[in-house]
Design a protein around this ligand. Sequence first.
Ligand SMILES: [Zn+2]
Ligand SMILES: [Zn+2]
Length: 474
Amino acid sequence: MDRLTRFDEPLPETTPPDPADWGSLSAPEVLAPLLGRRFACPACGAVHVLRTRRIETSETALARSGELLEGMGFAGQPVVLFDTRTYAACGPALTDGLARFSPRPMILQGDDLHADERLVGSLLIAMSDDPPFLVSCGSGCLTDTTRYVALRCRLPFVSVATAASMDGYASSNTPLIVGGFKISYPGKAPEAILSDPRVLAKAPRAMTAAGFGDVLAKIVALLDWKLARDLEGESYCPLVADLVDKAVGECLALAGDLAGGSPSAVARLLDVLSLTGVAMQMMGTSRPASGAEHHISHLLEMRDIQRGRHGSLHGDKVGIGTLVSMAMYLRMFGDGALPAQRPTLPAAAWEREVRRVYGPLADEAIAKNAPEPPSGAAWEAQRRRLARSMDEYGYAAVRSFRTLLPKARDDMAALGGPTRPDQLGYGPEDTFDAICFGKEVRPKFTLLRLAERFGWLYDLGREIADGLPRGVIY
Ligand SMILES: [Zn+2]
Ligand SMILES: [Zn+2]
């Protein structure tokens, strides 16, 4: 089969969005003409690339999938990856829709599937007749497996989403479990994301709760990002930040409908999750969608893998990380002033702790992170910039957490999602490690780094970890 080489061509350039439309970029019809295009951003000066060309969430999306994909230039016989649950949810509808391509379904058996060596190998073996493109029909695990294989085999792929459970559909990063460790590999963003709201609404409610948690995360991620811009000069785009901020606001307003299982609310949740994925494509990093709360969740996830425990959903841990991060912001900045400086952890003690927490991954964590937070004049200068930023927007954001935190907690609970680590089987020590050493996952500035620089992180970590199971933190 010939390769579909047109998918390798650079995306065409388009005119940037009209400033009059900037406020409504989170509306699918406003964003749609920018999908599959690149444009020079009038707001930040960078070129934003929107790799995914089509996002279609509708009751006819699966029935029309063949027509849609043919219109995008797809041809030949794809392998379509399902698991038994996603095949039951929409297998026949999707394979009927794709009938003109004579798709070859591959249905993975078993309940406890992970994006790991076994799944990557299984998919590669199923590709013995060189399919020209791949379709994944599922959520995180199948999409990640497919995006990794798609990159390695230089094939385009299409994601058919079956649950509004996470924002990774539009991602190009691939977290894979290799040798028992979760490692982030490059991958490919899908050419299209298709879904049927009725299928999304029938997914287990816990998956919708997890997706809601992954949306809540953006509240912390956006504040972390702004502070990273001001303290560390990180690149920032007000257009992208605004797009995510608006989408998140709309989603929060839908909490009641989501709890009632409304298909249109779940469809909007998926759109918002896809949109935040597109925001990551635009920045070329996870910044617009991931901050301290994701670092906390990564460490909890690592704990599951270290213990060989069947993990919970990504968004569950991210939602908890979001509540914890809001509580930390409130503790540190809720008085409307910078926190008092406390002693920071000496380098030797830090290294000992990283070795304890990261085990065999410690060398890598130590190599990529500075042993001590900035001090002296560098920290003084950062503190001055922080004081300005907090006055400008930070204190107002933190004040909003006073009402947002209990509301988010109650919304998550109403959706049936967990709000505290102990509900997922984590003890206070796991929570302490996640708060205090989640930051070593990546040398990226977040609230956790800020707490470290003020010397508050380890005390706060202890207080929150011990207080959460007793219900005294939030
Ligand atoms: Zn921009
Ligand atoms: Zn996430």
